[in-house]
Write a protein that binds this ligand. Structure first.
Ligand SMILES: [Mg+2]
Length: 262
């Protein structure tokens, strides 16, 4: 989510995306799409208050003494994430068991794939604001999405290079790297393997430059990673725009019912 412009951030509180995406098809569910057509009556709209309550129940909302919201490790959200991670673990393990050659890699999105923005979303009532978001990222540490830090660290130990590809702006590089390290994510072998959006000086391998869509930016960056000699065995994201456009052998969709990014 973070680092995208407000106009690009269309929300759907009624979209619960589930499942593992393989070659563009979703196992266990359909593609979630933000439907912006005008409802004919209010009965076609999910009540916002009810939907927020459902989101909080799904994440197992807990509130600490400072009023910060946390997802619970025994929530349905955590269980669903763990199920997807178990599939990814088996897949990554089988890939290296059968073929140890070459430079293998995984790609991780950051927000709501690696780090949970759940507390930020509740603080802002799901309304994204670039300045407020930048302040949050500069001053707070987001928790890991349950188990993703363990999965990424394990993959790194098995010989996978871990690449991060995020829509956060280049100006948030230090805070993002520090947050990931603070909650147990492995460092990349090379700091340049952390990709953030650089609209001021776009990299030459992205011909769309400063006007790239999320899909163009992310898939183009994965193509660049491949050009460095890496085989992207798995790509993890919470948005379909993280996963579309190819340049990964398999994609894993982390659930995120809080917002939709085209
Ligand atoms: Mg994300």
């Amino acid at each position: 989510m973070l680092g995208k412009t407000l106009k690009n951030r269309s929300k759907t509180l009624s979209t619960l995306a589930i499942g593992v995406v393989v070659g563009g098809a979703v196992a266990g569910g359909g593609f979630a799409v933000a439907d912006s057509s005008a409802p004919r009556t209010d009965r076609q709209i999910t009540n916002m208050t009810d939907e927020v309550s459902k989101i909080k129940a799904y994440y197992g909302d807990t509130v600490d003494a400072n009023g910060e919201h946390w997802a619970s490790p025994d929530s349905n959200y955590a269980a669903q994430v763990r199920s997807i991670e178990n599939q990814a673990h088996k897949y990554l393990e089988s890939k290296i068991r059968h073929d140890r050659s070459g430079k293998k890699a995984i790609v991780l999105d950051v927000d709501d794939t690696s780090l949970s923005t759940y507390n930020y979303e509740l603080e802002t009532t799901f309304v994204y604001n670039p300045a407020g978001n930048a302040k949050y990222i500069a001053t707070k540490t987001m928790p890991a999405v349950f188990g993703m830090n363990t999965l990424a660290s394990w993959a790194k130990q098995q010989g996978y290079e871990v690449f991060y590809v995020t829509g956060r702006p280049e100006t948030q590089r230090a805070a993002t790297t520090a947050n990931l390290a603070a909650v147990g994510f492995p460092a990349t072998e090379d700091p340049s393997h952390m990709f953030l959006k650089n609209t001021a000086t776009p990299p030459p391998y992205l011909p769309c430059g400063a006007t790239c869509t999320v899909i163009q930016y992310k898939s183009g960056t994965r193509a660049h990673i491949e050009s460095l000699g890496y085989q992207i065995v798995a790509n993890f994201g919470d948005q379909y725009s993280d996963l579309s456009g190819g340049h990964a052998e398999r994609t894993f969709k982390i659930p995120n019912p809080m917002y939709y990014l085209p």
